[in-house]
Ligand binder design. Structure first.
Ligand code: 3PY
Ligand code: MG
Length: 263
């Protein structure tokens, strides 16, 4: 799809070309500084499963400033004000959890778009430099803001073609843990039932010409290779807390092993 979007993540979504992001659950700007320094294309603040809210997101976005990563938010829920507030605070895209039907997808898109395409309210806010760029932002926001809906239930998989057909859905993003829970096997994200559901979503995206996304929550080499082979292009690897835990556990076990060899 042709676009004049200034948002590189939205341009990549519309072209189904790969971007790699990560996930922040610790609402401290130092984490954003470190992760954006690593070179991710985008970083999403997780406001669904954490205590992160607008203030923590703004601190995070300021930490990322100038380092090239695009700030996204996984909003608390598919709610007009939750979406509006994060866009007003400067998110360049929203990832909307638990979207199960085309109607819910339309609601998410509508919340993210200014009239006449949607119901986003106009105001002075951080995203338009507190009104200093009001006209410019109002004219370009609908093209620049990315809307990604999360597919994380059996119902959403059953409705995937209708969800993908909703105008303004730039791509979908699978939450493997909710997906596994919805199939009655919470946490068993590699079970063939769950991976088949994920493949159904990836295939439907390919047919519809829309970007397929996946959160590789535990990013080992095999999981990363599998995601790329299956055709996912909007890829999140890890979570800040998991990076911390994995690196800490690895260093600790390495040091304990060295000490035990000395004794
Ligand atoms: C899930 O696995 O359900 C997620 O939402 C991951 O981001
Ligand atoms: Mg989820």
């Amino acid at each position: 799809m042709e676009t004049t979007s200034a948002n590189p993540v939205r341009r990549a979504l519309l072209a189904c070309s790969p971007t790699v992001g990560t996930w922040m659950q610790v609402g401290h700007p130092a984490v954003a500084e470190v992760l954006s320094g690593v070179g991710f294309d985008w970083i999403a603040a997780d406001c669904e499963h954490t205590d992160m809210g607008p203030a923590e997101f703004v601190a995070m976005a300021r930490g990322m400033h100038g380092r090239g990563a695009v700030p996204l938010v996984r909003v608390r829920e598919n709610d007009t004000l939750a979406i509006r507030q994060m866009l007003d605070m400067g998110a360049q895209g929203v990832i909307v959890p638990l979207v199960n039907t085309a109607e819910e997808a339309r609601r998410a898109v509508s919340a993210a778009k200014y009239p006449p395409a949607g119901v986003r309210g106009f105001a002075f806010h951080r995203a338009n430099d507190w009104g200093q760029r009001f006209s410019e932002y109002a004219a370009t926001a609908n093209e620049d803001v990315a809307v990604i809906v999360m597919i994380e239930s059996r119902q959403a998989v059953e409705n995937i073609d209708q969800i993908l057909a909703v105008e303004g859905v730039d791509g979908v993003f699978i939450g493997p843990y909710d997906m596994s829970g919805s199939y009655g096997m919470p946490g068993r994200t590699s079970d063939p039932v769950v991976t088949a559901a994920c493949q159904t979503v990836a295939d439907a995206c390919r047919n519809a010409g829309k970007a397929a996304g996946l959160h590789i929550v535990l990013p080992d080499e095999q999981a990363i290779a599998r995601a790329v082979e299956k055709g996912f292009s909007f890829l999140a690897v890890g979570v800040d807390t998991i990076f911390l835990e994995q690196a800490a556990a690895k260093s600790l076990s390495c040091l304990r092993a060295a000490l035990s060899r000395m004794s």
